[in-house]
Design a protein around this ligand. Structure first.
Ligand code: URA
Length: 434
């Protein structure tokens, strides 16, 4: 196989044969194809795209690059959920115990945060002594015992995707629909769940800026999963502002506890109920959306979801006392109020900039290797459409190190547009693609 020929043909917009794509991924994973050639290929894909057959071949090749897990020794339909990445998106921390409390086994491999988006594994690590690395046997035992387990991936799942994603991250080739679809689905399929609910985010804090591209991404991922024998549904949800009111690891754990206790921000709760209902439906645990929702609402109101969260924390070595005493979670030394510079309705929020401001405070990683501070972040005080008076708090920054405070403040304030009229409200959940 001549990599130069593949780059040239893709540059000219030609379709490659599945066998060519498979050989290319095999050789790239083995270190035979250098990064500079793969970077050129990725840029050609960014501009020219991949057709369905090429995307499926790429997905299969990335799955085949590592181990493939299967959980057949655990009874029932095992469900997983994946978000394409957002800001203040704490849904997994709510959904895993909530859906498990409904009797549906949840087996989840979650990632760490990168850039402006957070990651479930970092959030869980803010719970004192919580273990995020479980062996396969520990996962199986725990799911059989309490119905859920969440672990960090081992690097053995779809390693070709890990290598390609790192290269895409530094070559401005992340925002490509076929590349995102194959990246997400290769990991999800290799991780072995029977049913997968995809949360495709659209808006200012998401990779997909508009509904049309989100729809296309969702359709491709659902079809890929189905072709590979999984039950898949995609929910397109709004990321035009941070989903919850907390951005930062320990802060988001607090917010998840609030939702699991029957409270929390309406928007976060609503997206959790929508995704959770789809998880129950896919698993065959209920036959209607209305019934699924009612059941989940009861589990939140009656304390069963919160009790499951306590058991989950204890099972993974963490201190379950944080559920009743969230002050045991790491806390920043300083709280700095960020005031609105003028009066008006919040007519737009660049959610990505809010995520970047939190990252500058230390809540997120600038590069994969950067250390993070689990205690710091941003507590939002206002939402899209709210009216603020000049000088009124827009947010509180939870800070340990003031080195980047001013840059973070500027980045945060740049995210907000204040206007004389309120914006037209947008749906929180746009569509469900089956
Ligand atoms: N999340 C992924 O796992 N891969 C992408 O390419 C983008 C978001």
């Amino acid at each position: 196989m001549q990599m130069l020929d593949l780059i040239r043909r893709k540059r000219e917009g030609q379709a490659l044969a599945p066998a060519e794509i498979e050989a290319m991924i095999r050789d790239y994973t083995a270190g035979i194809i250098p990064d500079y050639q793969m970077a050129a290929f990725l840029m050609a894909v960014y501009f020219r795209g991949l057709d369905r057959e090429e995307t499926a071949a790429l997905t299969r090749a990335m799955i085949a690059s590592g181990e493939q897990i299967e959980w057949s020794s655990i009874p029932g339909v095992k469900v997983d959920k994946h978000s394409t990445g957002g800001v203040a998106d704490t849904t997994t921390l709510v959904l895993a115990p909530l859906v498990a409390a409904a009797g549906v086994p949840v087996v989840k491999m979650s990632g760490r945060g990168l850039g402006h988006t957070g990651g479930t594994i970092d959030k869980l690590e803010s719970i004192p002594s919580f273990r995020v690395q479980l062996t396969r046997e520990e996962m199986i035992r725990q799911v059989k015992e309490i119905g859920l387990a969440v672990t960090a991936p081992t690097g053995k799942l779809a390693p070709a995707d890990g290598k390609l994603y790192a290269l895409r991250d530094v070559t401005a080739t992340v925002e490509s629909i076929p590349l995102i679809a194959s990246s997400v689905m290769s990991k999800k399929i290799a991780a072995g769940a029977d049913a997968i609910v995809l949360d495709v985010k659209v808006g200012s804090g998401a990779f997909m800026p508009d509904l049309e591209s989100a729809r296309e991404l969702a359709r491709i991922m659902v079809d890929l999963g189905r072709e590979m024998g999984r039950r898949v549904v995609a929910v397109i949800t709004n990321m035009d502002e941070p989903l919850g009111m907390m951005v930062g690891n320990a802060l988001e754990v607090r917010e998840a506890i609030a939702v699991l206790s029957g409270g929390g921000p309406r928007e976060l709760r609503e997206v959790c109920l929508t995704l959770g209902s789809q998880m129950l439906l896919l698993a065959g645990a209920t036959c209607s959306d209305g019934e699924a929702r009612r059941r989940l609402e009861e589990l939140l109101a009656g304390g069963a979801a919160l009790a499951k969260f306590r058991r989950f924390i204890a099972a993974q070595g963490g201190d379950p006392a944080v559920v009743d005493r969230p002050e045991l979670l790491p806390r920043a030394t300083d709280q700095v109020t960020i005031a609105a510079p003028s009066s008006g309705y919040i007519s737009a929020v660049q959610a990505r900039l809010v995520g970047e401001a939190a990252m500058l405070l230390g809540a997120g990683r600038i590069t994969k290797e950067s250390p993070i501070d689990l205690a710091v972040g941003i507590e939002l005080k206002k939402r899209l459409g709210d009216y603020v008076n000049a000088g009124e708090p827009l947010a509180v920054f939870h800070v340990n190190d003031r080195a980047n405070l001013e840059t973070a403040r500027e980045r945060f304030l740049a995210a907000y547009i204040l206007a004389a009229a309120p914006p037209t409200p947008q749906p929180l959940v746009y569509e469900i693609i089956r």
